[in-house]
Design a protein around this ligand. Structure first.
Ligand SMILES: NC(=O)c1ccc[n+]([C@@H]2O[C@H](COP(=O)([O-])OP(=O)(O)OC[C@H]3O[C@@H](n4cnc5c(N)ncnc54)[C@H](O)[C@@H]3O)[C@@H](O)[C@H]2O)c1
Length: 262
């Protein structure tokens, strides 16, 4: 059976780490890319030889080139890319510095563009090499961008983040239609509030904030990171073979809700 290989950026913590776990469970070999060397090394300890860690700042083009080279050296191919690494710089819109704005766009939008471009070229080479033996319907090449409900909503003092996720959705759309003829599907996931360590710690201490968040969440709870990873696994799987150019919102109903839950 063919080896399936996924690259997951920002895979050392939070949603990215949950995706690494889920893809390993689903039989993938995974390259976990993260800027945080300590967390990356700690994370791979759990997986033995099925996961490689590559330290990488996704905002640096050379790092992305090295990431792809390291992936090919380790596993020889790439089938799935999850552009998950993301940052925010909080400030009032009128005070937000240009450097902060550029940093957010570099990690959240330019990096997914550059890495998708590199990986798409690699996928194209694999597809051409496999053309004689594999039919279109059995190809499972997928790019998944970790967007946010903030692609279409906004929270105060987080302008660059919302702008970046809106742009990431359009990157998804534009790339999806160009890569469709190749058989590479491109989709996004838009999580609502997800119980990463940081958010769990904040809402455990701050009951008022917890109450406000849940009043805006019809399903009445914060998502577990594994519930986002499950949707990434679906989008990468043959079950999603006819799905491309979509952002799937995994938000407990928040986008559907006007006002608040009683
Ligand atoms: N947690 C949520 O509630 C939530 C909601 C909506 C969307 N998201 C999105 O999901 C993704 C993951 O979020 P999370 O909450 O798990 O974040 P997190 O901060 O827990 O993890 C992000 C990971 O990305 C890495 N990273 C940051 N900058 C990087 C860079 N320049 N190069 C390489 N790696 C880098 C960090 O070291 C970290 O391991 C992000 O794109 C975020 O915008 C999160």
């Amino acid at each position: 059976m063919r080896m399936n290989v996924a690259i997951i950026t920002g895979g050392a913590k939070g949603i990215g780490l949950a995706c690494v776990r889920r893809f390993v469970e689903d039989g993938f070999h995974v390259v976990l890319a993260d800027i945080d060397g300590e967390a990356g090394k700690k994370a791979v300890g759990e997986f033995r030889d099925r996961v490689r860690f590559v330290q990488c700042d996704v905002a640096e083009r050379l790092d992305l080139r090295n990431l792809l080279t390291a992936t090919l050296n380790a596993f020889g191919r790439v089938d799935v890319l999850i552009n998950n690494a993301g940052i925010a710089r909080r400030a009032a819109a009128v005070d937000l510095g240009l450097e902060d704005f550029d940093d957010v766009l570099a990690v959240n939008v330019r990096a997914p563009f550059v890495l998708s471009q590199m990986v798409a070229r690699q996928m194209q080479a694999q597809i051409e090499a496999e053309a004689a033996s594999v039919s279109d319907e059995t190809r499972d090449y997928a790019i998944i961008n970790m967007s946010s409900i903030n692609a279409v909503m906004a929270i105060p003092n987080n302008l660059a983040y919302s702008v970046s996720k809106g742009a990431l959705n359009q990157l998804t759309t534009a790339l999806a239609i160009e890569l469709a003829p190749l058989g590479v599907r491109v989709n996004a996931i838009g999580p609502g509030s997800v119980g990463t360590d940081l958010l769990q710690a904040v809402i455990a201490k701050d009951k008022v904030m917890r109450g406000k968040l849940l009043a805006r969440t019809p399903l009445g709870r914060i998502a577990d990171t594994s519930e986002i990873a499950a949707v990434a696994a679906f989008l990468a799987s043959p079950d999603a073979r006819y799905v491309t150019g979509q952002c799937l919102y995994v938000d407990g109903g928040r986008l559907a809700l006007n006002t608040w839950m009683e």
